[in-house]
Write a protein that binds this ligand. Structure first.
Ligand SMILES: [Zn+2]
Length: 88
């Protein structure tokens, strides 16, 4: 478990290494130096250093992501895959 302390509300919580690894696998950069966690109490985004953290190997997300070719065929205007509105 990775211990995290919220600097905003002082809440302390832990992150599961596997959860972090799975979340990071969804990102463009699967080996960042920080993981952005969200405080379960106040939803504050907290950067957690991954230095010294051993993350388990996780398979790439198989969420049925459409292949590039398939997208082009659809003819639908592509939505900007931006950040969620909750993110800053
Ligand atoms: Zn908090």
């Amino acid at each position: 478990m990775i211990r995290v302390a919220c600097f905003k509300c002082k809440n302390r919580f832990t992150l599961d290494e596997e959860f972090v690894a799975v979340e990071l696998a969804k990102l463009d950069n699967p080996h960042p130096r920080f993981f952005t966690a969200h405080c379960p109490r106040c939803r504050q985004a907290i950067k957690v250093s991954l230095r010294g953290v051993r993350l388990p190997e996780v398979p790439p997300p198989a969420m049925g992501e459409p292949a590039e070719e398939e997208k082009a065929k659809g003819g639908e205007p592509e939505k900007k895959a931006g950040k969620a509105p909750a993110e800053e």
